[in-house]
Write a protein that binds this ligand. Structure first.
Ligand code: ZN
Length: 264
């Protein structure tokens, strides 16, 4: 009997070790950053987001864009051009994770995800960048006003320069910039239909807030003619858990990406 128990114990030990090792392997956190070579080596379901450095902030922080999907139609989704609107960054990060886990959603589409357009302001929780410039007033537009907050001329800041280069290089067909705290959906340029679809997928209303001088929307929407949507989350989005934030507002972002198709 003693021998029998020893035999059983060895079997149990062997199975436990095998399952344990398998479990460890599967539970290893998936890296969020990967080089181009992974695109070929990994099957689509586990393809990792490609992350690219598009510039550096005044204080030298990296400005990073993740790219999901492949195709000719490009959508730019960005957050935290104002650093004191942290839920905007969280929501874009949630979108990046969702698209990574659901790559089948994107067919012939490439999504540029820029969670933090103003890294210095985001770190300091200030609206402006490290030089006190509002990046969302730093673009070259017809309604531009030069001053010490907007910049004494257009594109004085490395962050706005990086964003303009990204837009010129990738030519997105639509742009969503997530902000806080006005709890509505605004648009510039030919973005009304996309804004309306986003409103259908959320409890927010489309509201024209008026073109702001030197804003990204005034530049990309009015000058370049790219549908540019401003998704204004409410202030209380800052206190929502990440999953709840995604649950409530994620569909609006997916609606903008998949338009004119509906969110499944
Ligand atoms: Zn804002």
């Amino acid at each position: 009997m003693v021998r029998d128990w020893s035999f059983v114990a060895r079997i149990v030990l062997a199975v436990t070790v095998t399952l344990g090792l398998a479990g460890c392997y599967e539970q290893e956190p998936r890296p969020r950053i990967a080089g181009e070579q992974h695109r070929v080596l990994l099957p689509p379901a586990t393809r990792l987001a490609r992350q690219h450095l598009i510039g550096r902030s005044v204080q030298g922080k990296p400005i990073l864009v993740q790219i999901a999907g492949q195709g000719t139609d490009t959508v730019l989704i960005m957050g935290a051009i104002h650093g004191d609107e942290p839920a905007s960054a969280t929501l874009v990060e949630q979108l990046a994770a969702y698209l990574q886990d659901n790559p089948q959603l994107l067919t012939g589409q490439r999504v540029l995800l820029l969670p933090v357009a103003n890294p210095d302001g985001y770190a300091a929780r200030t609206r402006v960048n490290a030089r006190g410039i509002d990046l969302n007033r730093n673009f070259e537009t017809a309604n531009r006003v030069d001053n010490s907050t907007n910049g004494l001329r257009p594109l004085t800041e490395p962050e706005s320069q990086a964003l303009q280069s990204l837009i010129k290089d990738y030519a997105p067909s639509r742009i969503v910039s997530v902000h806080q705290p006005l709890n509505c959906i605004d648009y510039d340029g030919p973005g009304q239909a996309i804004a309306a679809r986003m409103a259908q997928e959320s409890d927010m209303e489309v509201r024209k807030l008026g073109a702001k001088p030197g804003s990204l929307g005034s530049y990309t929407g009015e000058i370049l003619g790219i549908p540019t949507i401003t998704l204004e989350l409410p202030l209380e989005a800052n206190t929502m858990a990440e999953a709840a934030l995604w649950q409530k507002y994620g569909k609006a972002l997916l609606a903008a990406i998949l338009y004119p198709e509906r969110v499944p």
